[in-house]
Structure formats: structure tokens, C-alpha cells
Design a binder for this molecule. Structure first.
Ligand code: DX5
Ligand code: ZN
Length: 220
């Protein structure tokens, strides 16, 4: 069985107690912390920027998995690297030069992820596989937490897993949006290995039970 990672999305946390929330999911066994950055332009919502990420950095040892839903993205890559990101994902739809953006991320010593919206086919990332360290499959239309999982993405995950394996490198495939124990297990069967989860972690009372519930059935 694949090892399944869980990356709670801070977007669903209590923003009045952000530091305590970060510490709580680390205590509860999270693998990575997912941080959603929205610009009100690439996606129809605003969230937070590098200042909040930098403020959280000293509070935890969790790798910071930063999901940039912003366009243009290149002017902001350095700021997120300096804020303490271990991974930075950009969207293939966010501009004409995704290959260059991924190279720029790597030049900062940060792992580079390529994200795909639900409407974007797997083949759209074929020619950036050589510079991608991670793949982030959106299983909802980005912009908001708490949306319903889009089942059609399962086939895309299967195709992306074959493309990733063909590189001969270990490329994690993350799924993001509407992930719970059921949809997460479906994604893992399709080839995903990392479950991003907002509502199904921070929406629960017991974060450890929530993270275990995501990992357990998926790990079978
Ligand atoms: C959506 C974000 C997600 C979001 C997921 O644009 O990229 O990371 O926080 O939230 P849930 O798990 O509630 O669908
Ligand atoms: Zn996200």
C-alpha cells in the first residue's frame, strides 16, 4: 500500500487563533501544512499572503505546502520562499510561462508543484513534468473551502500517476478540495498519495481522529 500523507488546509482554521491551530494539527499527526493564497483575480476570493506564513514559520516543524492561486505569480515567488515555504505550487492556468515559474521556485531551493484546475486535462502539464517536483490536482474549482468533490477528476489522477511514474522520479500527487475519508480513499486508489483537507480536519472537534480517519481507509 502507498504511504498516505495528510496536509490540513489552514484556510478552514479559526483565523483568530491561527498559531494555536497550526500547533494543534502538528500535535495531531499532520504531515504537511497546506497554505492557500488567493488574489481575488485568479480565483474569486482573498485569503492571506507571505506575512501570515512567515509568522507561522517559527511555530511548527511541519513542511509548509504553499498553494498559490494568484496571477501573475512570478513577482511573488521570492516572498513566499523567504516566508519559509518548503513547497510552492503554481497553477498551469495562471500564465504563459509555467516552466519558467517552476524553475524560479527551484532556484530558491524550494520544491516546485504544478496545480491543475478541474477543467484542465492531464496532458496540459506533460511538458513541465521535467521541472515539477509535485503535482496538485484540484478536485473542486479553487477559491473556497467546503465544496463538493468532483468525481471526474479520478480518471485524471490515474493519468497523472502514469505520467509521474514515467519520469522515474518520485513525484507526489496531491488532491485538494472536498476530500474526506471516502473521497480520499478513492483518490488514493486512483494514484494520489497526499490528501489536502480543510473542512474534514478543522471542521472536526478531534483533529487526531480526523487525520487518522483520512489516512486509515486510504492506506489499505
Ligand atoms: C480551495 C483550496 C483548498 C481548500 C480545501 O481553493 O485550494 O485547499 O482549503 O478545503 P476543503 O477541504 O474544505 O474542500
Ligand atoms: Zn489548496
Amino acid at each position: 500500500a502507498r504511504t498516505v500523507r495528510v496536509a490540513p488546509s489552514l484556510l478552514a482554521a479559526d483565523f483568530a487563533r491561527v498559531g494555536a491551530e497550526v500547533a494543534a494539527v502538528e500535535q495531531a499527526g499532520a504531515d504537511w501544512l497546506h497554505l492557500d493564497v488567493m488574489d481575488g483575480h485568479f480565483v474569486p476570493n482573498l485569503s492571506f499572503g507571505p506575512q501570515l506564513i512567515a509568522a507561522c514559520r517559527p511555530l511548527t516543524g511541519l513542511p509548509f505546502d504553499v498553494h498559490l492561486m494568484i496571477a501573475p505569480v512570478d513577482p511573488f515567488i521570492a516572498a513566499f520562499a523567504e516566508a519559509g515555504a518548503q513547497h510552492i505550487h503554481i497553477h498551469i492556468e495562471a500564465g504563459p510561462h509555467a516552466h519558467r515559474s517552476l524553475q524560479t521556485i527551484k532556484a530558491h531551493g524550494v520544491k516546485a508543484g504544478i496545480a491543475l484546475n478541474p477543467a484542465t486535462p492531464a496532458d496540459a502539464v506533460a511538458e513541465v513534468m521535467d521541472v515539477a517536483d509535485l503535482i496538485l490536482v484540484m478536485t473542486v474549482n479553487p477559491g473556497f473551502g467546503g465544496q463538493r468533490f468532483i468525481t471526474s477528476q479520478l480518471n485524471k489522477i490515474e493519468r497523472l500517476r502514469r505520467m509521474a511514474d514515467a519520469t522515474g522520479r518520485d513525484i507526489p500527487i496531491l488532491v485538494d478540495g472536498g476530500i474526506d475519508a471516502t473521497t480520499g480513499a478513492d483518490c488514493v486508489r486512483a494514484g494520489a498519495d497526499t490528501l489536502v483537507a480543510g473542512t474534514s480536519v478543522f471542521g472536526k472537534q478531534d483533529y487526531r481522529a480526523a487525520i487518522d480517519a483520512l489516512r486509515a481507509p486510504a492506506g489499505i
